[in-house]
Design a protein around this ligand. Sequence first.
Ligand code: SF4
Length: 401
Amino acid sequence: MKRSSTKQIHVGDVAVGGDAPVSVQSMTTTKTADVDATLAQVYGLRGAGADIVRITCNDVEAAQGLAEIVPRSPVPIIADIHFQYRLALAALEAGVDGLRLNPGNIRKPAHIKAVAAAAADRGVPIRIGVNAGSLDKDLLDKYGSPVPQALVDSALAEVRLLEDAGFTDIKISVKHSHVPSMVESYRLLSAAVDHPLHLGVTEAGPPPAGLMKSVAGIATLLLEGIGDTIRFSLTADPVEEAEAGRRLLEQLGLRERTTLDLIACPSCGRAEVDVVAVATAAQEALESEGLPIQVAVMGCVVNGPGEAREADIGIAAGKGRGHLFIKGQVVRVVPEAEMVEALLDEARRLADEGVEARLAAADGVADELARETAAELLAAQGDINHSAEARSRVREVIEGE
Ligand code: SF4
């Protein structure tokens, strides 16, 4: 997809904007002064897919904690600053790789300029983090509520202050908890600036609703080419945020998949097996293998291999058997009770030997057996897709007979 053209900045060694890959951010929930607990969480977030981690710098002890955390962190650290500009100066002294300032609560131009000067000296970027819930009071009075244009005005005023101070190493967020307002805010902002944008739906809440809100807002914008770095703001273990961000980018083709992608049919009256149980068991068994392959679990052999032919490997049920297929070709037939085990075994072999080798090793009669089973099931249940009778009725209508 074509992405909006933005300037590139660097948060530590992570490029944001320009042609850099979209990065994933998350935020720790520990007390920053508790260095070991915070670092443990940073490592956990890194493992789940976070490229950058934000940590609150809300008091002197937190700033001191950052001085110990930053040199030991596996990812760049951004200090989250509210109200007290001196804590931004302290965080810079602690060596952070980025700052997040909230224009709604650090309002004195002299303070913002002091922070900009110190950040410029160290080559550290600043995110202007506008939030609908803490919008500048003057703008709230002007607009009556945190409408998208009010969020954008707040961001642009802060951009002007920083740029007037000669500071341009900026990225911006205009987060709203109402998804359509969030999307509109970023669209307006993207049309107005070429600074990289940090996307997020603020205060999205716990999963699953929080996940849906975040995906709805962030994915909509990413598919329009808007956004350079993302954060899911979930009321959950932050590891879930990082993992959700990474998975979203993988699904949108914006990040190479490094983990299992299990697809499964939703099941229907034609299913020959408990698809939910088999898919869940397969997911548990395969996830621990850490193989970056796409695996399909399909409820019936009538439609399964064909519908999931893009999957690297899959299994489809039928008449007490599992039909193991690779790229849509059935290579082995196993008893139904051994479906998950056979899938796991073949996935390992596929990862070791490759598709061609495994297709060459296919059981010669498996494909034929699968066709026979599919034909028997069709004969017993009828072809839900293309019933011969229905086709003939359609032809009659067209030909006027
Ligand atoms: Fe139904 Fe078979 Fe399709 Fe699954 S693969 S939804 S069981 S028709």
